[in-house]
Ligand binder design. Structure first.
Ligand code: A3D
Length: 320
């Protein structure tokens, strides 16, 4: 069977890390596209030269020509600009919306059958715009955020409880921003929900609240430390987890920015939700029941994303 083809649109910090991870995991042959001539070619060659020592079989190609992504099975989009200290994700909207237009058109022309994972911020609005510009089916276009946000939550919880990260599950809903909704009731250590662990004396509610706030601010914490850009190792790893779920038809239950229609009280809207990812792309939205307080937090988050989508429509009236 021929190898899968993975197209990475954007060869920056995340794009390069994605290429390295995809090769190491032998998910398929990799094409890295960028508009900055030399960067994608240089990164592709550098990673290919790691192949003999690492022992992976994956062809790497860097390009500034969209036609090289032809027939890609998966496209992961990181094209655009990232945050610097003092910037919010929303500050990126104007510039990255234009980038989504060219990327959407490129994918529609050359890789219309791909499963598309967007990472460019502000995430939920950019996924929506990318889907509009590309015209691909909704189940084939999604965004990476929930896997990263829940991974951050899991990491902080594992430190707090001094247990393996593997035994911590976490649930995060809503938009990728300050209004994201980490759900304590659905987050567990080996199946024991967080509220029970508070009752058992493993931690206090105050500490839990601080961890939730740190999760919400997780992206800004890294931007503040790096000063020259935003996180890239964990974002790339998270997107690779989603790509692998699709390529291997794993039916993984993963939170991501997906088109939610007829679930969670939504009627056709892109926002972070629990999904099942398999060969059909986003195969299902897990329609969990939220209590009053959770629903209020989710609604607030949806409203924030609606504001960004409205801003996109103002900037580009063709998005009507
Ligand atoms: P960076 O290292 O700046 O790479 C972006 C790349 O995009 C650069 O190489 C640019 O040359 C390239 N580019 C710009 N315009 C185009 C275009 N029209 N077509 C093709 N390539 C283009 O950024 P990064 O890799 O650190 O981050 C990429 C994006 O991911 C940013 O928007 C970040 O804000 C976002 N991000 C999202 C998360 C989420 O969890 C959703 C986390 C971290 C970063």
């Amino acid at each position: 069977m021929a190898r899968a083809k993975i197209a990475l649109i954007g060869a920056g910090q995340i794009g390069g890390t994605l290429a390295h991870l995809a090769a190491m995991k032998e998910l398929g042959d990799v094409v890295i596209f960028d508009i900055a001539d030399g960067i994608p070619q240089g990164k592709a060659l550098d990673i290919a030269e790691a192949g003999p020592a690492e022992g992976f079989d994956a062809n790497m190609k860097g390009t500034v020509d969209y036609s090289d992504i032809a027939g890609a099975d998966v496209c992961i989009v990181t094209a655009g600009v990232a945050r610097k200290p003092g910037m919010s994700r929303d500050d990126l909207l104007g510039i990255n919306l234009k980038v989504m237009k060219s990327v959407g058109e490129g994918i529609a022309k050359h890789a219309p059958d791909a499963f598309v994972i967007c990472i460019t911020n502000p995430l939920d609005a950019m996924v929506w715009a990318l889907r509009e510009f590309s015209g691909l089916p909704h189940n084939k276009v999604c965004g990476m955020a929930g896997v990263l946000d829940s991974a951050r939550f899991r990491h902080f919880l594992s430190l707090e409880f001094n247990v393996s990260m593997r035994d911590v599950t976490a649930f995060v809903l809503g938009g990728h921003g300050d209004t994201m909704v980490p759900l304590e009731r659905y987050s567990t250590v080996a199946g024991i929900p967080l509220p029970d662990l508070v009752e058992m004396g493993w931690t206090t509610q105050d500490k839990m609240d601080a961890i939730i706030q740190r999760t919400r601010d997780g992206g800004a914490e890294i931007v503040g430390l790096l000063k020259t850009g935003s996180a890239y190792y964990a974002p790339a790893t998270s997107a690779i987890e989603m790509a692998e779920a699709y390529l291997k038809d794993q039916k993984r239950v993963l939170p991501c920015a997906a088109y939610v229609d007829g679930a969670l009280g939504l009627d056709g809207f892109y926002v972070g939700a629990p999904t099942v990812i398999g060969a059909g792309g986003i195969e299902r939205i897990v329609n969990i029941k939220l209590n009053k307080e959770e629903q209020a937090m989710f609604d607030k988050s949806v409203e924030a994303v609606k504001g960004l989508v409205a801003a996109c429509k103002e900037i580009d009236p063709s998005l009507g």
